[in-house]
Design a protein around this ligand. Sequence first.
Ligand code: NAD
Length: 269
Amino acid sequence: MGDIPGIVVTGASGRMGQTLIRLAAESDKLRLVGCVERAGHGWIGRDVGEAMGGAPIGVSVTDDPLEAFAKAQAVVDFTSPAATVEFAALAAQARAVHVIGTTGLEAEHLARIEAASRHAVIVRAGNMSLGLNLLVRLTQKVAAALDADWDVEIVEAHHRMKVDAPSGTALMLGEAAAAGRGVALDAAKASGRDGITGARERGTIGFSAIRGGDIVGEHDVIFAGMGERIVLRHLATDRAIFARGALRAALWGQGQKPGQYDMMDVLGI
Ligand code: NAD
């Protein structure tokens, strides 16, 4: 028991939180030692298995993250940017690996995460699936092989509850295309087209977002040339792919040097 890393899941009642708890409870490589939700949430004080509508699993939900993190070797966090920056400082204090899946992080959040990573191992990725991370690598390679006569457009689709756009994954793909071309994404990014936009500017990387129903996550990277088009596509049909990647990152992070890592590091691709 002693050598099996203990993990805490934050945002326990969320879509990703519940998926993580189910997978962690079945795992023989790690054990679930804590669950965190925001203060005032109806699950606080309840056994998380029962709160999820099943049998008790002996872990109750708390609104005190530091107390939970102190018992853990890793914190797996898919919540909100404001919560994640607080958890980064607390996880560093507890010397626990912090796996961050939260998206929509702005520069101020990233700066605080960077500060926490001076003392702790942080693995952060806008998408934790193996297939998607391979798509990122492919996007970079294709962008490097083609010149700016090929227009790059990234089209993503997600469920109706998603609050940020473009998705964290779409931005990862945009960064990869920009890196392949040797340009900065900030300078090349074109999103939110509406009305008389004028002709497409050469060299830009376009983003479009579709929101609806229960779509787990779909991404197309389109390289549109004259008379031909390449489309690289990833379709996620089960959010367990993100949870499995995050739990793998929690294990991989054990014994690494303090710093920020991503899923490319974890997967070795
Ligand atoms: P969700 O809204 O279903 O769940 C978020 C949970 O976090 C909620 O239960 C909420 O109560 C909880 N929370 C918010 N503030 C908190 C706090 N201060 N303390 C404790 N808990 C708090 O959302 P979701 O679909 O599970 O997604 C969560 C995040 O993960 C989003 O940013 C989403 O984009 C991202 N996501 C990333 C990946 C990836 O692979 N990196 C995959 C899926 C989702």
